[in-house]
Ligand binder design. Structure first.
Ligand code: CP
Ligand code: NVA
Length: 303
């Protein structure tokens, strides 16, 4: 049966472990310039309805380096933009491709694609989730901390799509996650409740960034206004001001805290230049690890 990655709740702990192990092997091979061609003859389609630098290029590079091919199309250039039903598009594309990565606004639209596609569908970001981001971020956590277990992970900022995927990861892996968000910008309560139902891991939500950062092993932040929220940018800049990840906040954390950001970053907003470029920042490793994790994901779904 085909496997989709629509949210991290689609994965078991064993799936995560398989991805971590394979991604680390692939990273080692990449650094030694060893390339396998496990995906020779396979084609990944990418349909994106929002901008992307890292996700698109790391998926495309991953396919090429694994011996396969990728085809990118902007959603605006497809017939979907002229109201062709998703259920028709999904069935047609399944006749051309071996896997489909989609970046769009609506999680429902993505789910509908997956329902009608005969091929695996990967969520490359929706308004609600960014599962592959957090999969590769966990690789970075393991790389720097040796494990994801028994770490205090602090999310500081908006309760957004990336935060939701951290919540889901917590429910599968049993993480210890504290989210500090301004009131009114907490994560979606339905997503939190669903995660809590699994009774795995610890999820704390506060409006005090210091409470989250205190003794944290990982501090993670993301933009204050996500793609699609551009009209709220000015208002959000005011509301989120006390949530900037700056030197003062980082000093509350454990002394070898790692600071993470999925990028693109807005220096001087959610993160200070000093912290982003400072010794605790692992953001470039994070970006690199998207390549290795996407390779692992593509291999598992397609090979
Ligand atoms: N982190 C991330 O998803 O970046 P892009 O929007 O550039 O793909
Ligand atoms: N929360 C951000 C993540 C970008 C990778 C957004 O959705 O725009």
């Amino acid at each position: 049966m085909k496997k989709d990655i629509l949210t991290l709740l689609d994965l078991s702990k064993e799936d995560f472990e398989i991805f971590f192990k394979r991604a680390f092997e692939l990273k080692k091979n990449h650094n030694k310039r060893i390339s396998g061609k496990l995906l020779a003859g396979k084609t990944l389609g990418l349909i994106f309805d929002k901008p992307s630098t890292r996700t698109r290029l790391s998926f495309e590079a991953a396919m090429v380096q694994l011996g396969g091919t990728s085809i990118f199309i902007s959603a605006k250039d497809t017939q979907i933009a002229r109201n062709e039903p998703v259920m028709d598009t999904a069935r047609v594309l399944s006749r051309y491709l071996d896997c489909l990565a989609i970046r769009t606004f609506s999680q429902d639209l993505l789910n509908e694609f997956a329902e009608y596609a005969a091929i695996p569908v990967i969520n490359a970001l929706t308004d609600l989730y960014h599962p592959c981001q957090v999969l590769s971020d966990l690789l970075t956590v393991i790389e720097h901390k040796g494990t994801y277990k028994d770490l205090k992970i602090a999310w500081v900022g908006d309760g957004n799509n990336v935060a939701h995927s951290w919540i889901n990861a917590t429910a599968v892996l049993g993480l210890n996650l504290t989210l500090a968000c301004p009131e009114g910008y907490y994560p979606d309560s339905r997503i939190v409740e669903k995660a809590l139902e699994r009774k795995c891991g610890k999820i704390m939500i506060t409006s005090d960034p210091v409470e989250a950062a205190k003794d944290a092993d990982v501090i993670y932040t993301d933009v204050w206004a996500s793609m699609g929220q551009e009209s709220e940018q000015t208002e959000r800049k005011q509301v989120f001001k006390p949530f900037q990840v700056d030197k003062e906040l980082v000093n509350k954390a454990s002394k070898d805290v790692i600071v993470m950001h999925c990028l693109p970053a807005h220096r001087g907003e959610e993160i200070s230049e000093e912290v982003l470029e400072g010794p605790n920042s692992v953001v470039w490793d994070q970006s690199e690890n998207k390549l290795h994790m996407h390779k692992a994901v593509l291999e598992v779904l397609m090979a």
